[in-house]
Design a protein around this ligand. Structure first.
Ligand code: ATP
Length: 456
């Protein structure tokens, strides 16, 4: 069965419901940068919080870091970004557009969108040349070369340059990890596909420092753990795969890299990379800084440079994958509804409280319930429009539960709880409501689209 979600539908829903919109829209937008509105912020925050939960709360061998976006320029010499963080670029002399030379087969020709750049009769592409993806800026008031700094193109290097600090203060020893979430910037030649590839994005990266002999084992561990994180949060297993890089795709220092790929409407594409980076990063920074970046094991009296396993994910790409996977269109006996079947833990709003009518004391009771619930979970109160319209609105933002106050509520202090995916309605006593909802939110969940595909 083909997926109902297309990129156009996702973009339209995100705009309609205030999840994500083009940045600087009143000035005509700015090439591939996006702003997150209320529900987008709540959703992406939940994605990031789930990542923190998996890294910090559920383990005791990883610590958090929040390093600066601007780092000493030597960082990027040591990491190899200054010399080698490039993509091959070609220009078309006819249309004046610029393309990534290694993505021509995935891009439409601006003159003839049914063809790829270079395939049209009038296309005239230049030879490919390297283009560095780092954004440059100037530090301080004097614009000379000594003051050039870069917006970080990844969060990882901020972790490596803090290895010594963390080792000293965290009371950890290998195997241990340092995790960070933050903005990264890449002057992508051909950004696109909504928030899949933008020039400013958020990464969720963790560097796991291990004794060299344990690197292979931890590489296998993190590949499985990161795959499972996505499926536990509801991504359908048949839309997720692990693609091990071929030896000729590997960077010279990596003995293994695998991508977690998701079947987006644009095809299988990378969500996250997991790499066995050896001791490359610490060795490089040690050489460039003159500082020893190693671990001395007091028990074995052994001194070594730890090897690094890196799971590197994108918060925006993950958010997009969760949106795509959740998007559904149901036929409710002739009436269509658009619904986001998001994992309840990711849903921006957990419960909406709706009085059936705006009179007879119902709004007052509904507000009282809303006030009691919002201390426990993200809740919303809505009394405007027909109840059917209000349900549709909550379906579109993925709210798992709607609580409706009606005339019976005023008699016996019960409400109906409507469930987003099954559309079942059940009466629950107001006094039990918060506990009932909290228990349901914490229960294991799997995408109802999986069941639908099996029976369809
Ligand atoms: P790609 O091959 O798609 O350019 P990459 O292999 O260069 O990605 P990494 O350097 O491994 O990406 O970065 C880790 C993660 O950061 C990616 O898996 C992705 O989720 C995210 N990411 C990287 N570049 C972008 C971007 N331009 N926009 C949004 N997310 C990005």
């Amino acid at each position: 069965m083909p997926d109902t979600a297309t990129m156009d539908k996702i973009v339209a829903l995100c705009k309609r419901r205030g999840f994500i919109f083009a940045s600087s829209e009143i000035y005509g937008g700015l090439g591939s940068t996006y702003d997150y509105g209320h529900y987008g912020v709540l959703l992406k925050t939940n994605v990031k919080n789930e990542w923190w939960r998996a890294m910090l709360q559920e383990r005791d061998d990883i610590v958090a870091l929040d390093s600066a976006i601007l780092q000493h320029p030597r960082t990027w010499e040591a990491s190899g970004h200054l010399a080698g963080f490039t993509d091959p670029m070609v220009d078309c002399r006819t249309c004046g557009q610029r393309f990534r030379a290694d993505h021509l087969q995935d891009l439409p020709c601006p003159q003839k969108p049914s063809k790829h750049p270079g395939e049209g009769p009038s296309c005239d592409l230049t030879e490919a040349r390297d283009f560095n993806l780092m954004f440059e800026t100037t530090m301080g008031p004097v614009k000379d070369s000594g003051a050039t700094v870069y917006l970080r193109p990844e969060t990882a290097q901020g972790i490596f340059v803090n290895f010594k600090n963390v080792l000293q203060f965290s009371r950890k020893k290998p195997p241990f990890g340092i995790a960070q979430i933050g903005k990264s910037f890449r002057n992508e030649i051909t950004p696109g596909n909504f928030v899949f590839r933008t020039r400013e994005f958020e990464q969720m990266e963790m560097e796991f420092f291990v004794p060299p002999a344990e690197a292979a084992q931890w590489y296998a561990f993190w590949k499985q753990a990161r795959h499972d994180w996505y499926t536990e949060l509801g991504l359908r297993d048949d839309h997720l795969r692990m693609r091990e890089h071929d030896p000729d795709e590997l960077s010279h220092y990596s003995s293994g890299t695998a991508d977690v790929e998701y079947l987006f409407p644009i095809g299988w594409s990378e969500l996250e990379g997991i790499a066995n980076r050896g001791n490359f990063d610490l060795t490089q920074h040690s050489e460039y800084s003159g500082q020893k970046l190693e671990y001395f094991d007091p028990q074995t009296k052994e001194r070594y440079v730890p090897h690094v396993i890196e799971p590197a994910a994108g918060a925006d790409r993950a958010t997009l994958a969760f949106l795509v996977d959740a998007y559904d269109e149901d036929d409710l006996g002739g009436e269509q509804r658009t619904v986001l079947k998001l994992h309840p833990r990711l849903a921006p709003v957990k419960v909406a409280v709706l009085p059936l009518v705006r009179k007879d004391g119902q709004p007052e009771v509904a507000r009282e319930i809303f006030t009691a619930l919002r201390g426990r979970m993200q809740a919303e109160y809505d009394e405007g429009g027909s109840v059917g319209k209000r349900y549709r609105r909550q379906d579109e933002i993925g709210t798992p539960f709607c609580v409706t106050v009606d005339h019976q509520t005023l008699e016996d202090r019960t409400v109906t709880v409507r469930e987003r995916d099954t559309l079942t309605q059940e009466r629950v006593a107001i006094d039990d409501l918060a506990d009932t909802l909290a228990a349901r939110l914490a229960a294991p969940w799997q995408s109802p689209k999986l069941g639908a595909a099996a029976s369809g």
